[in-house]
Design a protein around this ligand. Structure first.
Ligand code: ACO
Length: 324
């Protein structure tokens, strides 16, 4: 029996129009462009307009990915959305996007793995394709993370932005996704979390207590260490050497974390797709935004090997090694 791979047919992305620069943030909190750039690599981020939702960004990214893939929405048999900022509690953002695309009838669900959401969703979609269950799948990572940012807290408000990216996958005898890895450790929940919700309850703080809480320095340390072992595990699982990789497409949280992973892989920064300077941390949106930027700017070419990785709240961490 010939192996079935998930091949990326097309990519797309969407960003809100409004840009907030580091200079703009200097007017909101006691920070500086210099501090933000040297600690994180971020120069600006996009902020969703009032009323603009995760689903709006996901829909726009999906339309572009379908167009690039030459696939009609009616051909899809699965939509998976990685998000931690869904439009509604339910229906899922995947269901909302499905209806707007006119893909009614196919399976659709969200995956919540925080910043690893898109890579998790990609892994799930790959399993559906490999099992023969699905032939054409839309995978989206989309967030409006700034809706849970406290604009008075300098430790966190400088780090995040909004955006979405999408890919259309097709079952193919040609590679394709070689391997995906997914992990989580809920023991770290309090280092990066938003501890309110429908079941646990909300508080009478501003925004009902909906606010990102993060122990930045601790997150940084665990992220670097965990990503080191993740990329090694991924190469091992695919039976490949780091020297066979053409591009690293990492989660865009912090340039220093990205550089540490590149160093571990012995890859030059010329082989790393970096968009954190433009987008900041868009959580599940970050990897597909970076991928779409790399494809459309002509960096990533057909036949090249890409390593995608992400780390985020949960903690969760995940990777995919694929031939584009
Ligand atoms: N502007 C100016 N000063 C600041 C700011 C700011 N925006 N934020 C914090 N500071 C101050 C702190 O108060 C502290 O001052 P002190 O030394 O007088 O106490 C000083 O800067 C250093 O603070 P640290 O937290 O130690 O700075 P660090 O070098 O660790 O950088 C950062 C902080 C950027 C948050 C870093 O730890 C980081 O990126 N961590 C990873 C967190 C992350 O990326 N989370 C996103 C989700 S998880 C993920 O996606 C990987």
């Amino acid at each position: 029996m010939t192996a079935i791979y998930s091949r990326i047919l097309g990519t797309g992305s969407a960003l809100p129009e409004r840009v907030l620069t580091n200079a703009d943030l200097e007017k909101l909190v006691d920070t500086s462009d210099e501090w933000i750039r040297t600690r994180t690599g971020i120069r600006q981020r996009h902020i969703a307009a009032e009323g603009e939702t995760t689903g709006d960004l996901a829909f726009a990214a999906a339309q572009r990915a379908l167009e690039a893939a030459g696939v009609k929405a009616s051909e899809l048999d699965l939509i998976v959305v990685g998000t931690t900022t869904p439009d509604l509690i339910f229906p899922s953002t995947a269901c909302l996007v499905q209806h707007r695309l006119g893909a009614n009838g196919c399976a659709a669900f969200d995956v919540n793995a925080a910043c690893s959401g898109f890579v998790y969703a990609l892994g799930v979609a790959d399993k559906f394709i490999k099992s023969g269950q699905s032939k054409k799948v839309l995978v989206i990572g989309a967030e409006t993370l700034t809706r849970m940012v406290d604009w008075g807290e300098r430790e966190t408000c400088v780090l995040f932005g909004d955006g979405a990216g999408a890919v259309v996958l097709e079952a193919s005898p040609e590679p394709g996704i070689y391997t995906t890895c997914m992990h989580a450790d809920g023991g770290y929940k309090e280092l990066l979390w938003n501890p309110v919700g429908v079941s646990a309850g909300f508080t009478d703080e501003p925004n009902h207590g909906v606010r990102i809480r993060m122990a930045g320095r601790e997150v940084f340390k665990v992220a670097v260490k965990t990503l080191d072992s993740l990329v090694e595990e991924t190469l091992r699982a695919a039976g490949m050497e780091a020297s066979q990789l053409d591009w690293l497409i990492p989660h865009q949280a912090n340039l220093r974390i990205i550089e540490a992973t590149a160093k571990r892989l012995n890859m030059s920064m010329d082989q790393v797709v970096v968009t954190v300077d433009q987008h900041a941390n868009t959580s599940a949106g970050s990897v597909p935004l970076a991928l779409d930027y790399a494809v459309r700017s002509g960096k990533v070419l057909r036949g090249q090997n890409l390593l995608l990785e992400a780390f985020g709240g949960g903690f969760t961490w995940a990777s995919a090694l694929l031939r584009y």
